[in-house]
Design a protein around this ligand. Structure first.
Ligand code: MOS
Length: 741
């Protein structure tokens, strides 16, 4: 049982002060004695080979230590595997400096290491590289004909068809065939990818890396360089946003480690903002729908066929087509996911990978079908509400989506909406109201934690997870404080260090559930040990008491039925002449129970846009996002997660676009001047609602995770609002004014 001293209260971030005061250090901010600096040189061509690298002029500069490339790279233990616990799509991973081949634009081809950053940067300009260019293929639209179904799907394979979608479609009174497209998009976290490698002597290194799981970087380094675990410690105490870009160890890690091992010096490598566009993105995707509904709007058939870009060396695939089965009740469904290979870097998971994409297409297409059937979009969704997961044929562990609709619609004022497009106006602005719903997986993964309670009353709990800005430090502190009845100030949570107990990558919205469950379990175990200590004492009032008959409050252990029988936890240690008491656990998901239930968080998003009739400019003036995400551990950090998702959804709908120039084969807007993201002026009234949802199946703490559910249904709600405002369907993101005029 979790009681309510800290859980569910809006605690401020425990790391907030360190962040605003600048004492929270990020990978590029760590120093080391005699630190050297590496600057990456990126390929000037998109495909071909390096004919010659002339580093002579650079190397003649005093203070330039080496120019690394495929010509002089270290002999490696094993360069052929991904060594990543996640995001290792089938195929051959990109290997920096492997040979003279260029596979994609901006491929890193050399690393210049010098005594100072400025010198390394200057020296990089002096390195002369000759290339031999080859023709490349970067034009997605032209290559759709060559799409293939991968031999192996790295995420969920498209669910097998059920019913007969083709026949049901041909008989349906309302038929809709549409295509939706969204471009490649990049993660663009504030913090650039960086690795600082401290040379500790004798082949040992300490690495500060930007990563969503320090263990992943350690595993990669051990595998590729053949180092022993004891010789590689990786730390990642703070991460300035990642959104999936830090799931996979990136090439700056390889380069910094290789240089440090070769030079026997400490090395720092930080990528530039431009280089942040060189290692993976949300893949551009074309989605084809054939949707059939009966005259009354009841869904009869769904066909959802997806074409998404991948690289020529890895088959990257994500969960784009699982959503019809999760979000709608339909007897006839057929799904496919095909890959279009291009000369680009392999796409990479980006916040709600697949969900953001698939739900965008599905929720816009369903909006169109609702209009065809003459139903209000919300009415249409209620009519086709899924009581079970159609993909697996199993019920949901909990699904308070109806309550999301109800509370969200009420807050938004949805019932005052006029149905006809272009029917709501305010001066020269057309007003549009749109909605969409969404879901995201509520997973739990195996995770470990340890805890140590000191005789001074301080508790330290730790696990090798990460906090990528999500609030992990804070909620883990809350769970620990709650479980052992301590004030937050007496609890310290440590993460981002390979010397700590094993945890999964921070991603997939599973950290709260996975690491949270481990933290809860380890504190319970410590509590049990404290009870045993009490029981050792002769005449103890706790002698015959079971663990569920005690509770921890106000730094005391006490009897549930008689709180006046209490003892301070520090007193228990003192009586036994102990400095501290420790516990360690490994928390496993209850697989058997979980396999009987489909586990998802849900959202309903309502959006208002104002479109200037003359200029075509679009403002998102209001968004209400209602979320069913299980137990909300901290309403304040939870709200921030959803707000972030809404902001990004606005960007996705209206602004974000990594422009691939098919002539050059490269993303031509690779900086924040040209790659547009929402600024304050783009974000107006945003309201977040958490509906109550009790789930005893997902995990012991009942939290479903909130990292991704906040984004999935925002862009389609906005796109649908734009249609309602203007009467025009724009089926290609981003929806910019030129497409509306
Ligand atoms: Mo997330 S895309 O699993 O960081």
């Amino acid at each position: 049982m979790i009681n309510t001293q800290h859980i569910g209260t809006p605690a401020k971030r425990v790391d907030g002060r360190a962040k605003v005061a600048g004492t929270a250090k990020y990978a590029a901010e760590f120093e080391a004695p005699g630190l050297t600096h590496g600057v990456v040189i990126s390929s000037a061509i998109t495909k071909g080979r390096i004919k010659k690298i002339d580093a002579g002029e650079a190397l003649r500069l005093k203070g330039v230590l080496q120019v690394f490339s495929h010509q002089n790279r270290t002999k490696l233990a094993d360069f052929d595997k991904s060594y990543s616990d996640l995001d290792s799509p089938p195929g051959a991973p990109f290997r920096p400096f492997y040979d003279d081949k260029i596979q994609f634009a901006q491929q890193p081809v050399a690393l210049v290491v010098a005594e100072s950053y400025e010198l390394a940067r200057y020296a990089a300009l002096l390195v002369k590289i000759e290339y031999e260019q080859e023709p490349f293929e970067a034009d997605f639209e032209n290559r759709i004909g060559q799409a293939y179904a991968p031999e192996e799907y790295n995420s969920t394979p498209p669910p097998e068809p059920w019913g007969d979608a083709d026949v049901a479609y041909s008989k349906a009174e309302n038929q809709l065939e549409v295509e939706y497209f969204h471009p490649s998009q990049h993660h663009n976290p504030m913090e650039m990818h960086a690795s600082t490698v401290r040379w500790e002597g004798d082949g040992r290194i300490t690495v500060y890396d930007k990563i969503q799981g320090a263990l992943n970087s350690q595993k990669y380094i051990m595998g590729v360089f053949g180092l022993a675990k004891e010789d590689v410690r990786v730390l990642s105490p703070f991460v300035g946003g990642a959104f999936g870009s830090g799931l996979r160890p990136q090439y700056q890690l390889f380069m910094a480690v290789m240089a440090a091992l070769e030079l026997k010096r400490s090395v720092k490598v930080v990528l530039t903002r431009q280089q942040m566009f060189s290692f993976g993105h949300r893949p551009k995707t074309l989605q084809r729908f054939s949707l059939g509904a009966a005259a009354d709007g009841e869904l009869r058939a769904i066909r959802h066929d997806v074409f998404a870009e991948t690289s020529k060396f890895e088959d990257y695939q994500e969960d784009v087509v699982i959503w019809p089965g999760v979000l709608y009740k339909c007897e006839n469904v057929k799904l496919s996911h095909k890959l279009v290979p291009l000369d680009v870097y392999t796409p990479l998971d980006m916040r709600a990978p697949g969900g953001t994409t698939g739900i965008l297409g599905l929720e816009c297409a369903m909006d169109e079908l609702a209009y065809k059937a003459g139903l209000d979009p919300l009415e249409f969704r209620l009519k086709n509400y899924s009581e079970k997961d159609g993909n697996e044929g199993i019920p949901f562990s909990s699904k308070e989506l109806r309550e999301c609709y109800r509370q969200g619609a009420e807050k938004f004022g949805w019932y005052k909406r006029k149905k006809e497009p272009r029917s709501m106006k305010e001066g020269h602005n057309l007003i549009g109201w749109g909605m969409a719903h969404g879901a995201w997986e509520a997973k739990q993964k195996e995770a470990s934690a340890k805890a140590i309670l000191r005789v001074d009353g301080g508790l330290v709990v730790s696990s090798a997870t990460g906090d990528i800005g999500t609030g992990t430090y804070t909620i883990m502190t809350q769970i620990a404080a709650e479980t052992l009845g301590l004030p937050l100030e007496k609890v310290e949570f440590k993460l981002g260090d390979t010397s700590l107990p094993k945890a999964p990558l921070e991603g997939g919205s599973w950290t709260a559930s996975s690491v949270g469950s481990a933290v809860k379990a380890v504190c319970d175990k410590l509590g049990q040990k404290l009870l045993e200590l009490a029981q050792e004492k002769e005449g103890s009032p706790f002698a015959e008491v079971k663990f569920d008959e005690v509770e921890f409050r106000n730094e005391q252990m006490r009897l549930v039925k008689d709180p006046s029988i209490a003892i301070a936890v520090t007193e228990l240690l003192r009586q036994n002449k102990m400095d501290s008491i420790k516990a360690k656990v490994n928390a496993q998901p209850a697989k058997e129970q979980q396999s009987k239930w489909a586990r998802y968080s849900h959202s309903a998003v309502f959006a208002e846009v104002k479109v200037d009739e003359d200029l075509g400019t679009i403002k998102v003036t209001r968004v209400v996002s209602a979320i069913a995400g299980g137990r909300i551990l901290n309403p304040q950090t939870a709200r921030s997660q959803i707000l972030g998702g809404v902001v990004w959804g606005i960007g996705m709908a209206l602004e974000e676009y990594s422009v691939m120039d098919p002539q050059q084969g490269r993303f031509i807007n690779h900086d924040l001047a040209e790659y547009h993201v929402p600024v304050n002026a783009d974000v107006q009234d945003v309201e977040v609602i958490f509906v109550e949802e009790n789930d005893t199946v997902v995990n012991p703490i009942g939290a479903k995770g909130l990292g991704e559910i906040g984004i999935v249904s925002v862009a389609p709600a906005i796109a649908n609002a734009i249609f309602h405002a203007t009467g025009r369907r724009v089926r290609e993101l981003p929806i910019t004014l030129d497409k509306l005029l």
